[in-house]
Design a protein. Sequence first.
Length: 228
Amino acid sequence: MSDYSGFEPYTPVQPVKVDLHVPVEYREPLAALREMGLETPKIEGGFLRDLFCGKAFKDIDMSVSTKTWRACEMSIDDAADLILKDWRFRELKTEFMAPVKQAGDGYGYIMLRRRRLQCEFVTKAGNRLPLDITIFSEPVSPAEMSLNADAPINSAVIDLSGNVIADPDFEDHCKRQIYHLRTHGISAALEGARRFKRIRDRAYPKMRFEAPAKSVGLIAACVARLAA
C-alpha cells in the first residue's frame, strides 16, 4: 500500500448543475441510443468544455452501457453492432480498450470492460457530427462519470434529462482557459495542461489514472511531494 502519511484524506466533491445550453441537434445521438433500448447514454468531457469556452470542438465524447431499459443485457460487441445497424451512425474506426478500474461500494475496485467506437452521426438537418462513443459493460451514472474525469475542466456530463453537471471548479477552470486563450494564445493553455501532467506523473509514477483523478486534492499532493 502506498504511503500517504502527511496528506489529508481526499473526499470527492459532488458534481453541481452547470448553466450551459447544449443545442438540440448535438443531443440527437442521445435520443437515438435511447430509442435502441440502450440505457444511460451520456455526453461528457471535452465537447462540453469547448462549448462552454466558445471553442470549435473536435468530436463529441459519449458513453453508453450494454444494459437496456428492457431489462435485458447484451455483450459489448452486440451493443456496437446494434448502434452501427442504425443508418444514422456511420463507423469510422473501432477499437478495444483495456479494462478500467471503477470504485466499488467501499470494497476495492471492479473491472469494467469497454469498447471505443468512432463514427459520424447524421442529424435530422443532414449535418454530420463526429462521435467518440465508449461502450461500458456496466452502467455508469452521470455523477460517477463526472467524478471519473481527469480534471475539473473535463468533468461536465449531460444525459437525456438535458441537465449539465460538473465538478464545482468546472466553470472557474473554463474561465481561466478562456482568459489564457485571449491573452496568451492556445500554446499557454496547452502548456498549463502539460505542466500538470508532468507534475502528476512525477509524483505518482506507478499510478494509472483511469480511476477518478483527485482534482484539487491531487494537485496539492503532487506539489507537496515535489517540494519535500
